[in-house]
Design a protein around this ligand. Sequence first.
Ligand SMILES: *[C@@H]1O[C@H](CO)[C@@H](O)[C@H](O)[C@H]1NC(C)=O
Ligand SMILES: *[C@@H]1O[C@H](CO)[C@@H](O)[C@H](O)[C@H]1NC(C)=O
Ligand SMILES: *[C@@H]1O[C@H](CO)[C@@H](O)[C@H](O)[C@H]1NC(C)=O
Ligand SMILES: *[C@@H]1O[C@H](CO)[C@@H](O)[C@H](O)[C@H]1NC(C)=O
Length: 460
Amino acid sequence: MNVHPCSKSLCHLISLQTQAWAAAMGFAIAGALGLSARLTPRAGSRLSASSSLLLLYLSTSSLLAHAASPRAPSYQSQRTPFSPPTCPVNNSTCPVGSGIRSFHSSPQNWSGNAQFSYHVAASYSAKGHNFNAERNIFTRDVFNPIKSSITDVKKCKNIKNKRKRPKSGQDAFFFSQVGTTQTTAFGVADGVGGWVESGVDPADFSHGLCEYMACAARIWPQGAKTNSLHPKDLLQVGYDEVIADKSIVGGGSTACLAVAEPDGNVEVANLGDSGFMHLGLNAVRHFTHPQTHAFNTPYQLSKTPERMLVQMKVFGGTSALSDLPKESNVTHHRVRHGDVLIFATDGVWDNLSPQDALSIVSRSMVDLGAWVENKGALEVGPELQTLTQAVREGKADTASLQARLAIAIAKEAKETSLNTRRDGPFAKEVQKYYPGENWHGGKPDDIAAVVAVVVENTAS
Ligand SMILES: *[C@@H]1O[C@H](CO)[C@@H](O)[C@H](O)[C@H]1NC(C)=O
Ligand SMILES: *[C@@H]1O[C@H](CO)[C@@H](O)[C@H](O)[C@H]1NC(C)=O
Ligand SMILES: *[C@@H]1O[C@H](CO)[C@@H](O)[C@H](O)[C@H]1NC(C)=O
Ligand SMILES: *[C@@H]1O[C@H](CO)[C@@H](O)[C@H](O)[C@H]1NC(C)=O
């Protein structure tokens, strides 16, 4: 078997042909796909044979086709050592095992002691679509009291009109107030392609997951099993609902989400290669490391269409093909006035380095007067609160600080993704792992970025 990387276009061709072949044969042999031999389970067990069937179906939106970048399903047998998340740049703000008090995550009622509020907006762009700063933006006042009396997560999800989903491709995002508390939940999910031939909309899983998580947060504590809400719990609820939802035939998704509390504690759960960045005054405080099984094969939740489960049973596979919400990495963070939190899919992080994101945010914050220079030092400007509240009635609004930050990030990620000369983080990874590929420039992909600006309310 050819185990060398094929050229991009050739890879794609081989991938298509082999998919057709595998579909016809009903199964595939691990290692038949050149480079993918390195990415598929090691030995030719029966499980790996049926797994690689899935691998074929799931290989991917990526330009490198299956070879260098299958966003493929995962296997218990193929865990690679995981590098723990980095500490923040400044040790004294390190949340990992540094003795900072533990996160309690009991959403607090609205009351006079609420201190921190999170002002959230999202911007996005589907692969192959133009970026439109006026339209590709999503804002909502997360502090509006709940208008609806719905208390069931399924009913809540069902009123969300599928056609009104943001046109963010397979990337999805959400943000929501938690119940009637001042706690806010938000995050992103990146759908894994595949099963298109089976009539499955690959966006259904990630968008469905986000809609369920938004609903579960909004109706909290209705239907909740615990009296505290952690992001992992929210992800579990979303995942369980997606699995139970017959209208979502199959698919897969990464997820990265937060529950942010009015006392300034933020808990983050990350599964896969979407990521989170915590920025303070011109500094990167934290950046999550992606969880991957192999190069560009992220951890992911998944649901296998029943038809394929039947096939797999015939060929002796077990259903150990999905990672689970409990495997997400959890980190705790303390925020400060004027901090910025970014949750984004790999369409952003494959094209922007943490330094790129920091300079985009710093530039916008300084330009808009949210961070100001005072005697040679940077500090939070007095207008921060006002800048986050430039909300017009009704329609999506691009004037608020958080909207402008989200747009700036999505726009720059989009431009870089289409630039064939400027090497982004993805190109650098490919060059490192597959020097023969001669990959340059950005990586076109769906893009979604959720930005939260942290405001500490002064006692009044
Ligand atoms: C690290 O953070 C602490 C606490 O905010 C601050 O006092 C200190 O100056 C910071 N150190 C550096 C090197 O930024
Ligand atoms: C951060 O902590 C690590 C481990 O304690 C130490 O090796 C490193 O020098 C520290 N870095 C800074 C910038 O203080
Ligand atoms: C929040 O408010 C609700 C309704 O007013 C009340 O039942 C509940 O006990 C309160 N929870 C906390 C933590 O104060
Ligand atoms: C991150 O998650 C993976 C998968 O669950 C686990 O193996 C790893 O130990 C976690 N790392 C940390 C630092 O929690």
